[in-house]
Design a protein around this ligand. Structure first.
Ligand code: ADP
Ligand code: MG
Length: 396
C-alpha cells in the first residue's frame, strides 16, 4: 500500500518530529562531509514553509559508553545546518526531560531545533537501538505528527523511527519518498525490461540481492570479484582470482535457475599481483592463467554489457566491475557507468556505496535518475525484504 508523504500532512502550526539522517563523517569535532545535511534540506524547508515547527533528531555513530558521548554530539551539525538554512537552529543537548520539553514548548511556527544523538539512549539498555516501547512513545508525545526522512536506517527498527511511527501519524520525507519510489520500484513494479548489473567483491555479500533479482530482472549482468565463483561453478580455471569455495554450489544452482538471464564476463583484465604497479593483460574467460587473478572485466565485456543494456527501461547497478580503486583496473567500472549514464529513456538507479562513489567521482552523478543514499538499507530493499522504517510509515 502506498505510504503517506510529507505533502499529505497538514503542518500548519504543528510540532513536526523529523527523523533525519545526520550520521555524518566527523574528524576532531569537525564535519568532513555535509552531504547528508544538505540532502535533508528540502524536507526541512518544506515544513518551515508550511508554518510547522521542526523538531529534528538523528543518530550519529555508535554510542556504547559515557566516554563515547564526547565525540558523538550533534552540536556541530546544528551549527552547519544553521549556516545552510540561513536561520537559527537551536541545539538541545539532551534526548529527553524538562530541557527538551521546555525548548519545544517555546517554539514558534517556523522554528527549528535539533536534539542530541538518539543513540545516547543506548548507554542504558540500548533503548534506541532495541526500540524500547516507552522511549518511542515518549518521543511521539513531544510532537503532533512524525516525518521519517532517514532512509539509511530504514532497515532497522529503532525507537526513533519505528517506535515513534507506531504512536503517531507519520509520513515519508522527500528523501525517503524518492528511495521508496526508485529502489522500491525496482523490486515491486519495474518498467521492463529491467536490467540489473551486479559487481563488487563477494558473492556472499550479495546472495540475497542476486536471488531476488534473478526472479525480478529480465537480465542480470555480473562482473567484479563475484564473477570468479560463478566461473568456477562452470568448471573454468580462475587462477588466483577471488574465489569463495563455499559458494560454488550456490553459484551452480543460481546459474541453473537463471538460464540465459545471467550474463557473465567474456574477458578479464588479469595480473600476477593485486597491485597497480604490476603488469596486466586481458584474457578471455576460458583462459585465465593459473598464476594470475582477475581484477577487472575486459573491453569485450564492457561492449557486451553495453549491448545488453540497450532498450532497458529500468537499470539498477550495484557493485563495481573491478578493483576500481586502482586506475589500471577501473576501466570496466567506468565503461559500465558510462553505458548506463548514456542510456536514453531509461530509469537508472545506483544502490551501493562503492558504485555510487565511483559514479560521483567520474562526474556522472547527474546522469542517473537516482543514487541511493542508504548502503545497507538499499541492499536489503533490493533483496526484497520489507524495511521496518518504511513499513511503519502510515498508509495513505
Ligand atoms: P558496493 O559498495 O557498491 O555495494 P561492494 O562493497 O560490494 O560494492 O564491492 C566493492 C569492492 O569490490 C571494491 O573495493 C572493489 O575493489 C572490489 N572488487 C571488485 N572487483 C574485484 C575483483 N575482481 N577482485 C577483488 N576485489 C574486487
Ligand atoms: Mg561497499
Amino acid at each position: 500500500m502506498a505510504k503517506k508523504v510529507v505533502t499529505d500532512l497538514d503542518l500548519n502550526d504543528k510540532k513536526v518530529l523529523v527523523r533525519v539522517d545526520f550520521n555524518v563523517p566527523m574528524k576532531d569535532g569537525k564535519i568532513t562531509n555535509d552531504n547528508r545535511i544538505v540532502a535533508a534540506l528540502p524536507t526541512i524547508q518544506y515544513i518551515l514553509e508550511q508554518n510547522g515547527k521542526a523538531i529534528l533528531f538523528s543518530h550519529l555513530g555508535k554510542v556504547k559508553t559515557e566516554e563515547d558521548k564526547a565525540d558523538k554530539s550533534l552540536r556541530p551539525v546544528a551549527e552547519r545546518l544553521s549556516e545552510l538554512l540561513g536561520k537559527e537552529v537551536k541545539f538541545v543537548p539532551v534526548t529527553r526531560g524538562p530541557e527538551l520539553e521546555g525548548a519545544i514548548n517555546e517554539m514558534k511556527d517556523g522554528d527549528v531545533i535539533l536534539f542530541e544523538n538518539t543513540r545516547f539512549e543506548d548507554i542504558d539498555g540500548k533503548k534506541e537501538s532495541k526500540n524500547d516501547p516507552e522511549l518511542g512513545k515518549y518521543w511521539a508525545s513531544l510532537g503532533d505528527v512524525f516525518v521519517n526522512d532517514a532512509f539509511g536506517t530504514a532497515h532497522r527498527a529503532h525507537a526513533s523511527n519505528v517506535g515513534i511511527a507506531s504512536n503517531l501519524e507519520s509520513a515519508a520525507g522527500f528523501l525517503m519518498e524518492k528511495e521508496i519510489k526508485f529502489i522500491g520500484g525496482v523490486v515491486d513494479n519495474p518498467e521492463r525490461p529491467l536490467v540489473a548489473i551486479l559487481g563488487g567483491a563477494k558473492v556472499s555479500d550479495k546472495i540475497g540481492v542476486i536471488e531476488n533479482l534473478i526472479e525480478k530482472a529480465d537480465k542480470l549482468l555480473i562482473g567484479g570479484g563475484m564473477a570468479y565463483t560463478f566461473f568456477k561453478a562452470q568448471g573454468k580455471e580462475v587462477g588466483i582470482s577471488l574465489l569463495e569455495k563455499d559458494k560454488i554450489d550456490l553459484a551452480k544452482s543460481l546459474l541453473e535457475k537463471a538460464g540465459d538471464k545471467l550474463v557473465l564476463p567474456i574477458d578479464n583484465v588479469v595480473s600476477h599481483e593485486f597491485s597497480n604497479d604490476a603488469p596486466f593483460h586481458t584474457v578471455d574467460s576460458n583462459h585465465i592463467p593459473a598464476d594470475e587473478e582477475g581484477l577487472d572485466i575486459g573491453p569485450a565485456t564492457v561492449e557486451l554489457f553495453t549491448k545488453e543494456l540497450q532498450g532497458a527501461k529500468t537499470v539498477v547497478w550495484n557493485g563495481p566491475m573491478g578493483v576500481f580503486e586502482m586506475s589500471n583496473f577501473a576501466k570496466g567500472t567506468i565503461g559500465v557507468c558510462e553505458a548506463i549514464a548514456n542510456l536514453d529513456g531509461a530509469t537508472t538507479i545506483i544502490g551501493g556505496g562503492d558504485s555510487a562513489a565511483a559514479a560521483m567521482d567520474l562526474g556522472y552523478a547527474d546522469k542517473f535518475t537516482h543514487i541511493s543514499t542508504g548502503g545497507g538499507a538499499s541492499l536489503e530493499y533490493l533483496e526484497g525484504k520489507k524495511l521496518p522504517g518504511v513499513e511503519s510509515i502510515s498508509d495513505k
